[in-house]
Design a binder for this molecule. Structure first.
Ligand code: MN
Ligand code: MN
Length: 324
């Protein structure tokens, strides 16, 4: 191996080992035991006990990794070359307690607090959306309240679900109450469908969130929108949370709470690429449910969107591409 590949771990190439073989890590990167010395780590959270309807996101991390085998190192449009300048590895999965959601949540925060003892950006493979709350608890205790870019069909701001304060429909109400996110730098994009009341999304607006319902993006590019988002985020720390049900179920059927009339994969890519230049301190992609994903398209989309997230992190090298 050359010096550069010693310094920067590389995905195992498809001409060195067939893509249907080799390690089961994200992009067939090296598995790492610790975040020490890494710039970015992928972490799986195999959680679905916070789900309210169709389950199965416990299988999300493994299936996203399985569908990541086709990802090659270089982004052919933006010319991002993340493995030229960042040390990236796969830290494996958080050993959640699948019988006890509250204990699982505590374990997730503890895990991320240890990871964040190092100067590293965690990219999380979910798992149901409950997980963003314990991850944000660890993120905010390091970085302070963060700006939030939340792509989702749902606002996830319920007060309670079946009397429980922690579930996959409540994380961003708790995050406001706990001061983990800056409500005036929180954007929710892709919300749609039916509500318990006609005012459901107004709680977000009342906090100071910017709410962009899916209809505002129908039949058009999402690039102008995300430019406004990027300007609103400024230089402060930003967390990106991407619920795969933001996409239309025609593209991403493998999820627990599908809503029609959603984003296209192209709009999703535009949104993530538009985050380039932000001070992103962490990101997650949640709600992939492989049992409802018979063709694997949902997990394939998820793997690609996480790769696109990697390509816009601070410190990524670019090779003067069309998108730069
Ligand atoms: Mn969600
Ligand atoms: Mn959702």
């Amino acid at each position: 191996m050359s010096d550069s590949t010693d310094k920067f771990p590389q995905p195992l190439g498809g001409n060195d080992m067939p893509r249907f073989a080799g390690p089961g890590t994200m992009m067939r990167l090296p598995a790492v035991e610790t975040a020490e010395g890494m710039d970015v780590v992928f972490i799986g959270i195999p959680l679905d006990v916070g789900t309210s309807n169709r389950p199965g996101t416990r299988f999300g991390p493994k299936q996203i990794r399985a569908e990541s085998v086709m990802l090659r190192p270089y982004n052919m449009w933006t010319r991002a070359a993340p493995f030229d300048s960042l040390r990236v590895g796969d830290l494996g999965d958080v050993p959640i307690n699948t019988f006890d959601l509250k204990d699982a949540v505590a374990r997730i925060t503890d895990f991320y607090a240890k990871v964040l003892e190092h100067d590293v950006i965690p990219l999380t493979l979910g798992g149901d959306h409950t997980l963003s709350l314990p991850v944000l608890r660890a993120i905010a205790s390091k970085h302070g309240p963060v700006g939030l870019i939340h792509i989702d069909a749902h606002a996830d701001i319920n007060e309670h679900m079946f009397g429980e304060s922690i579930a996959h429909g409540t994380p961003f109400r708790r995050a406001v109450e706990e001061g983990l996110i800056d409500p005036h730098r929180t954007w929710q994009i892709g919300l749609r469908g039916t509500g318990y009341t006609a005012e459901d999304f107004d709680w977000s607006r009342d906090q100071g969130f910017t709410v962009v319902q899916a209809e505002e993006l129908w039949h058009q590019s999402a690039a102008p929108l995300i430019e406004r988002t990027r300007a609103a985020m400024g230089d402060g720390p930003v967390y990106l949370t991407f619920d795969i049900d933001s996409l239309d179920p025609g593209f991403a059927p493998g999820t627990g709470t599908p809503e029609i009339g959603g984003l296209t994969p192209i709009q999703a890519i535009e949104i993530i690429r538009g985050c380039r230049g932000l001070n992103i301190v962490g990101a997650d992609l949640v709600e992939v449910s492989p049992p409802y994903d018979p063709q694997g398209n949902t997990a394939l989309l998820a793997a690609n969107l996480i790769y696109e997230m990697l390509c816009v992190l601070p410190g990524v090298a670019y090779r003067d591409g069309a998108g730069s």
